[in-house]
Ligand binder design. Structure first.
Ligand code: BGC
Ligand code: BGC
Length: 723
């Protein structure tokens, strides 16, 4: 629709119709819009009129169902404004990909983009217009269940993935490409920093830290053209995001020029009351709208009070109009005024959703996202050996993770099924439930293990143990699974552990007792197939962690890109006491950021730099030789880090600035080149300027963040390069 027509439409809307556009309700409210609304919905204050005026629906899906809802809305709505359909399609719709934390471990943004493209395709043909993804919160606390939704602890890597996901969902021409959806980056902002890792808890970050580390990934999503931004549940400098003018107006709209739509998270507008920044719904609505929340998800502060607020002059109608405009514009950008169904198409839905080609991509993504944490040489397995496959995940289809409401664990192949399909004999036993010991199961498992020559032990967290509202204080495997391991260990057979989980776990006991450990995360619809191919060596593991694994929960947060202190342990080797450390645990992670093994070995040599000193418009070309020195083909991720030795504020010990994933045949060598530019050296200064400054920088290149080849260079700033 022409923008002028859209403006006219806005002018013809009544106050209630305008407010309706800002209301988002779950799909249950639309099941029968012609009948009277009763029960809990009526109690919530939802009326037929409100449903008819509402602008968007959450969680409606399935072409037939969505079309019915859209039809009835078009018929009942006085101005026939099409309904916007939004849903949580986080790492796949029905073809479920590995969880985002696992996708991060692929270090393959192109693959991440492909997963988002497929997720968008399946969602779009099923009637969804906007997906609530990507989630790009920086995460450093594995107690927080939602770390599974993020790509990890690094601002740069998260930014790269944020842009890749957005591009995958939206494509290059959203309006006409009906197989794409709009993306909604979330949760803006800083939700990953909840105190103590406790869900929905307080966040309090300095503005410098927020800008330096937490905001870049959201900004990268916005820069990639992301259409929608979702506010987070937490406070930002004392003010919940959904009432935070600094965040939503100054940073998002003014600094980043975001001209899309802002939606609250589920119930977050009304939550301003328990947060203690609003006395009642009216104040919550006023604060949220003024701060810049356009759509209120699932509470009714806007419809219950905005009319009054406008009539009393407490809110200007122009403020309301701007929010309504942001919603109408999104509908128009999606072409809904011409085609309210958009991609919804039953034939396409039948053809593409969960199709073979999509599942092949899910398998590839799972293969690249598993991380080999330990291997004393037992992997890849020799499948002519007598194998026992033991553990609660041995024959379990819940490999999909908590954000896979459309995924079907019953349709998902289990490890046992895949081994059998591949003609590999395994003796399967459960050993225990995920969180419960059963002596009968234990006895069976021990018996099968005794008959075997090699034990494959499939352990992990149930999918409800991570994700939203699943914070944990003990992040070990459940005790019954550790007990199972303890009983199998004395049999003196090699043990290979395959882990299914949504967070970095505390694994000391598991690592010590196992001969090999493969971190499989929640690997998705084709996870079992991918794992069997990895275990048998058809595919060589190449995943690298993007979130550190702690040695002990007491170290949390432990992350690679930390600041130095005035008394760093590593630089005061002779001082045993007065240095920054614990007296009962080392400082470093159990497995650092960037870590992951392969069935082959790689050597990195011959670091060279085109110059050792640059000014603003110059670059250093850095090259390094990478050689596959083992006997399997494989992929290596070469990681480039820098350290700014002295800044105006303290600077991290290491910051990832670039990386390259390369595939090498046995014996093959390749030279990998990087450019170092002034842009990479910028950071936020105390006066809130983002710029670089003169000084020495360390350069580190390696296979993980803890093992690098090092050199240094000098940067000379010549006035006037403030960004
Ligand atoms: C979650 C969001 C999600 C929304 C809609 C909220 O509880 O925090 O991530 O998109 O629900 O389902
Ligand atoms: C301590 C101070 C103490 C000073 C002099 C420092 O190591 O942190 O608390 O006053 O030594 O003994």
């Amino acid at each position: 629709m022409e923008e002028s027509k859209l403006r006219e439409l806005l002018q013809t809307m009544s106050l209630n119709e305008k407010i309706g556009q800002l209301v988002q309700l779950a799909s249950d409210f639309y099941s029968d819009t012609n009948g009277a609304i009763t029960g809990p919905m009526a109690e919530m204050g939802v009326t037929d009129e409100l449903v008819t005026n509402s602008g968007s629906v959450l969680g409606a899906t399935g072409t037939r169902n969505v079309k019915k809802i859209i039809d009835s809305q078009l018929k009942n709505n006085r101005l026939h404004i099409p309904l916007l359909v939004m849903a949580d399609v986080i790492h796949g719709y029905k073809t479920i990909f590995p969880i985002p934390l696992a996708i991060g471990c692929t270090w393959n943004p192109g693959l991440a983009e492909k997963t988002a493209e497929i997720a968008a395709h399946e969602a779009a043909v099923s009637g969804i217009h906007v997906v609530f993804a990507p989630m790009v919160d920086l995460v450093r606390d594995p107690r927080w269940g939602r770390v599974m939704e993020s790509t990890g602890e690094d601002p740069y890597l998260n930014s790269v993935f944020a842009a890749a996901f957005v591009h995958g969902f939206q494509g290059d021409n959203l309006k006409d490409d009906l197989n794409r959806t709009a993306a909604c980056v979330k949760h803006f902002a800083g939700y990953g920093a909840v105190e103590g890792g406790r869900e929905y808890n307080t966040v309090d970050l300095s503005e410098l830290r927020m800008r330096q580390e937490y905001l870049p990934a959201y900004q990268a999503a916005v820069d990639a053209g992301c259409k929608v931004v979702m506010t987070s549940f937490n406070t930002v400098d004392g003010i919940p995001s959904s009432a935070n003018q600094w965040l939503l107006r100054k940073v998002l709209r003014e600094e980043w020029n975001f001209d899309g739509t802002v939606i609250s998270d589920w119930g977050a507008v009304r939550e301003l009351i328990p947060h203690g920044v609003a006395e009642n719904e009216k104040e919550a609505a006023r604060k949220a709208l003024i701060a810049g929340v356009d759509i209120e998800m699932m509470t009714l502060c806007y419809p219950n009070t905005l009319c009054q607020l406008i009539e009393s002059g407490e809110i200007k109608e122009s403020t309301l109009d701007q929010a309504v405009w942001n919603v109408l514009k999104l509908k128009n950008d999606l072409g809904l005024f011409e085609n309210p169904y958009r991609g919804a198409d039953e034939a396409q839905e039948q053809k593409f959703v969960y199709c073979h080609a999509h599942r092949e991509w899910a398998r590839r993504a799972a293969e690249e996202s598993c991380v080999l944490l330990k291997n004393n040489g037992i992997l890849p397995i020799n499948s002519s050996k007598k194998l026992a496959l033991i553990g609660p995940f041995a024959d379990h289809g819940d490999l999909l993770g908590a954000w896979s409401w459309q995924g079907d664990p019953k349709r998902t192949e289990t490890l046992t099924e895949v081994f059998s399909a591949e003609g590999i004999n395994v003796l399967t036993a459960k050993g225990c439930e995920i969180a419960e010991s059963k002596s009968k199961l234990l006895r069976e498992a021990i018996q099968k293990a005794e008959e075997s020559e090699l034990i494959l032990l499939a352990l992990g967290e149930s999918s409800e143990m991570s994700g939203e509202a699943a914070s944990r204080t003990k992040i070990t495997l459940p005790e019954c699974q550790l007990e199972l391991l303890r009983l199998l260990k004395p049999l003196n057979k090699p043990i290979v552990i395959i882990l299914f989980n949504g967070r970095p776990l505390e694994l000391s006991e598991v690592i010590d007792d196992a001969d090999a450990v493969l971190e499989a995360w929640y690997p998705g619809s084709e996870g079992a197939r991918a794992i069997v191919r990895l275990l048998t060596g058809k595919v060589n593991p190449s995943g690298k962690l993007t979130m550190s694994f702690p040695q002990s929960v007491g170290q949390i947060p432990v992350y690679y890109n930390a600041n130095n202190t005035g008394r760093p342990e590593s630089e005061n080797k002779d001082e045993k006491k007065y240095v920054s450390k614990y007296i009962d645990c080392a400082n470093d992670a159990r497995f650092p950021f960037g870590f992951g093994l392969s069935y082959t070995s790689f050597e990195i040599n011959n670091l060279r730099m085109s110059k050792k000193s640059i000014t603003v418009n110059e670059e250093i070309r850095v090259s390094i030789d990478v050689k596959n020195t083992g006997d399997a083909a494989g992929a290596e991720v070469v990681q480039l880090y820098i350290r700014d030795i002295a800044g105006d504020v303290v600077r991290p010990l290491k910051e990832l600035k670039s990386f390259r994933k390369i595939y090498l045949q046995p014996g093959e060598q390749q030279t990998v080149a990087f450019q170092i530019t002034e842009r990479m050296l910028r950071y936020w200064h105390p006066d809130l300027r983002f710029k670089s400054d003169t000084g020495t920088f360390n350069l580190m290149i390696g296979q993980d963040s803890a093992h690098t080849l090092n050199d240094s260079f000098y940067f000379r700033a010549t006035g006037g390069m403030d960004a």
